[in-house]
Design a protein around this ligand. Structure first.
Ligand SMILES: [Zn+2]
Length: 218
């Protein structure tokens, strides 16, 4: 699904969207739920991109539904895999995930773990700005590319309404207060699209303001 010129939501990852940007280099944002590698490569091929064209895989955070195909895609593409340093130990399996996420990760034991994850060491990769947005996980990041915000699990789109990831399940959000601060921080940037992992990409007007009001009212 094309969002803007050279920016795609990969429909093969619907449910936990990965996004593709064809900038100076081709870049993948997140990798979706486990078991999707074949379909992802097929979809990428249909937009005329060969696996070797992908130079970077940028992870928003460590959750299994985002890193599900990271190891295999890294092998197929030879891309550099990136995450924020706080989340890397979870991705490599050196730290166990909290609460329910531990159970989910346990059920998905056979998901291959990447061998090497590089820590973001600057504010930008190509023309993509890296915004640190901790809360959902300690090392969660969002990305701004032109007028598109790639939000990971900072927010989700629930049928056209931007919402925070609910916190009623244990361990779902690592730190509620920093999550709220991160949502506030992102409101200082301007963008026309919000591309979350969960829910469809959303063209925004005042949605972020409404989201902040909702959160303040909680
Ligand atoms: Zn998620």
């Amino acid at each position: 699904m094309k969002i803007e010129e050279n920016v795609y939501a990969l429909k093969s990852t619907k449910g936990s969207y990965a996004y593709l940007i064809k900038d100076k280099e081709t870049i993948l944002i997140d990798t979706g739920q486990p078991g999707k590698v074949k379909n992802i490569l097929k979809e990428i091929d249909s937009i005329n991109i060969k696996p070797k064209n992908i130079k970077h895989i940028l992870l928003t955070h460590h959750d299994v539904d985002h890193i599900g195909n990271a190891a295999l895609l890294q092998e197929e593409t030879g891309a550099t895999l990136w995450a924020l340093k706080e989340d890397i130990p979870y991705i490599l399996g050196d730290k166990s995930r909290p609460g329910l996420k531990k159970i989910v990760a346990g059920l998905l034991m056979r998901v291959k773990k990447p061998e090497k994850v590089k820590a973001y060491n600057s504010q930008e990769i190509d023309d993509i700005k890296i915004i640190q947005t901790p809360g959902h996980t300690p090392g969660h990041v969002s990305f701004l590319y032109k007028d598109i915000l790639f939000a990971g699990d900072l927010v989700r789109n629930d049928k056209g309404v931007l919402k925070k990831i609910p916190s009623f399940l244990p361990g779902m959000n690592a730190d509620e207060e920093s999550l709220k601060e991160s949502i506030l921080k992102v409101s200082e940037y301007s963008f026309k699209w919000v591309c979350p992992a969960h829910g469809e990409p959303l063209k925004v007007k005042d949605e972020w303001k409404q989201l902040l009001n909702n959160i303040a009212g909680n």
